[in-house]
Design a protein around this ligand. Structure first.
Ligand SMILES: Nc1ncnc2c1ncn2[C@@H]1O[C@H](COP(=O)(O)OP(=O)(O)O)[C@@H](O)[C@H]1O
Ligand SMILES: Nc1ccn([C@@H]2O[C@H](COP(=O)(O)O)[C@@H](O)[C@H]2O)c(=O)n1
Length: 208
């Protein structure tokens, strides 16, 4: 099956991209649609050649931290009806895992990530561009909880990284990219009206 619709869900770390994407997937699957998801995080460049101290000093909030050329190639492949070898990333070690996952083409591909709309080479590949507009203090609170529970981080390391890179890069790259979006979603991952508007537009694109 060839892809008919590629949707980008962008926004700050902790803005609710993953929750919004998961909700959209569940509802699209419930409607009988064929959906796959890609996470930009899995395209972080491998850091296995660096020491752990160097990995911890890396700026992960700059577009160059991602192998966007591989994501671009994968989106072209999926659009052409070819399957891809989807990389897998480990936040605890800051490295790519040795194994990839096969991802088959589908009617709908949802891609979520912080820099998707800040990367001009990716923009033409998206049929719908969404930006999650969540206040920075809420994003930070969510990130602290998630990074301590799921990404093996200490409170000190989270706050240091936030001051050093996450906050300045958000203002330099992420926040200005909201103006590239077709749809700006406030109130986070559970915005019912935004979900319904997107589902309706996806149906229109698939029926064209
Ligand atoms: N509307 C919400 N209300 C409460 N918690 C939320 C909401 N949206 C997301 N979260 C939680 O905040 C954390 C970060 O959300 P997530 O969707 O992973 O953000 P992102 O993918 O943008 O980094 C997760 O633990 C998630 O469950
Ligand atoms: N090794 C890494 C790689 C990335 N990060 C942080 O992840 C954030 C993006 O992921 P979200 O799921 O939160 O959107 C980004 O802000 C990076 O700072 C990291 O801490 N370590």
């Amino acid at each position: 099956m060839s892809v008919s619709c590629v949707i980008a869900i962008a926004g700050a770390s902790g803005s609710g991209k993953s929750l919004f994407t998961q909700t959209l997937i569940q509802e699209a699957l419930g409607d009988g649609l064929d959906v796959r998801t890609l996470c930009e995080d899995h395209y972080y460049r491998d850091q296995s050649h660096l020491s752990m101290a160097q990995r911890q000093q890396t700026n992960y909030d700059h577009p160059q931290a991602f192998e966007h050329e591989l994501l671009e190639q994968h989106l072209h492949q999926l659009k052409a009806g070819e399957s891809i070898d989807y990389p897998q990333y480990c936040f605890n070690t800051h490295t790519r895992k040795p194994k990839t996952h096969a991802v088959e083409p589908a009617q709908i591909i949802l891609v979520e990530g912080i820099m998707l709309l800040a990367s001009p080479e990716l923009l033409p590949l998206f049929d719908i561009k969404v930006f999650m507009d969540t206040p920075p203090d809420i994003c930070l609170i969510r990130r602290i909880k998630r990074d301590m529970q799921e990404r093996g981080r200490s409170l000190d390391s989270i706050t240091e990284q936030y001051e050093a890179t996450v906050k300045p890069m958000y203002h330099q790259f992420v926040e200005p990219s909201r103006f590239k979006a077709d749809v700006v979603v406030t109130q986070g991952g559970e915005n019912r009206i935004a979900l319904d508007i997107l589902k309706s537009h996806i149906q229109q694109l698939l029926n064209q």
